[in-house]
Design a binder for this molecule. Structure first.
Ligand SMILES: *Cc1c(COP(=O)(O)O)cnc(C)c1O
Length: 217
């Protein structure tokens, strides 16, 4: 299955985060042996344990809702944090990255879904942060783009319109705040059920779990 997905992604130049949450190290190694190096997790402690156990050339992406007090457990190794949804969290990531003399790649998560359960910035709050002087003083984080999760529904028209919304947020922010920063280039959207739609709407990173690893119990 992995190879089928990778062949599909190749055409559009989209990167794959293989979402390995709840899956054991042995199963991750099977996918690793097929060449995959980017894995995504949604819980810090679980990711930190797998980081210790598994090959060190794996790039670990944090994709789940994140509490500030957990950042310290992954600041020494995390490759990208997709789920930055408030300023306080970003400041904490910067602080912990500084301790390890690193720059941590971050995506700003936007709320595009109808569901109340999904967190994220809205445009005004994001603008407020990006215009804050304290933001421009953060030297140990790099904002690489945006992330969003569509509503959990079979209605792919709804999903498509939410992905279009995220793409338009990305375009606005790039124009207004990141115009001369080529690092701001990622749109992380699309999961097992909707990644094809996401790619059509401009996704640069898809996060796929169950299609690769099988259903989670
Ligand atoms: C679990 C998860 C995914 C992957 O979901 P699948 O439907 O298994 O592909 C993607 N993104 C986030 C944020 C997740 O928590």
């Amino acid at each position: 299955m992995l190879q089928v997905i990778l062949d599909e992604l190749k055409l559009s130049g989209t990167k794959l985060v293989a979402v390995s949450k709840t899956k054991p190290a042995e199963q991750i190694m099977e996918v690793y042996k097929q060449g995959q190096r980017i894995f995504g997790e949604n819980r810090v402690q679980e990711m930190a344990g797998k980081y210790e156990e598994l090959p060190k050339d794996i790039q670990w992406h944090m994709i789940g809702h994140l509490q500030s007090n957990k950042v310290k457990y992954m600041a020494h190794f995390v490759s990208m944090i997709h789920s930055v949804d408030n300023f306080k969290l970003l400041k904490e990531i910067n602080k912990q990255a500084q301790k390890h003399n690193r720059i941590i790649n971050c995506l700003l998560q936007f709320k595009i879904a109808r569901e109340e359960t999904k967190t994220g910035f809205d445009i005004p709050v994001a603008r407020q942060m990006l215009e804050d002087e304290a933001f421009s003083n953060l030297r140990n984080i790099k904002i690489c783009g945006v992330m969003g999760m569509a509503t959990f529904t079979d209605d792919l028209l709804q999903v498509r319109s939410e992905f279009q919304k995220l793409k338009s947020i990305f375009d606005q922010l790039r124009q207004d705040y990141f115009f001369e920063q080529p690092a701001f280039k990622e749109i992380s959207m699309g999961m097992s059920g909707d990644y094809r739609v996401a790619i059509e709407e401009g996704s640069t990173i898809v996060r796929i779990g169950s299609l690769i690893f099988g259903k989670r119990i």
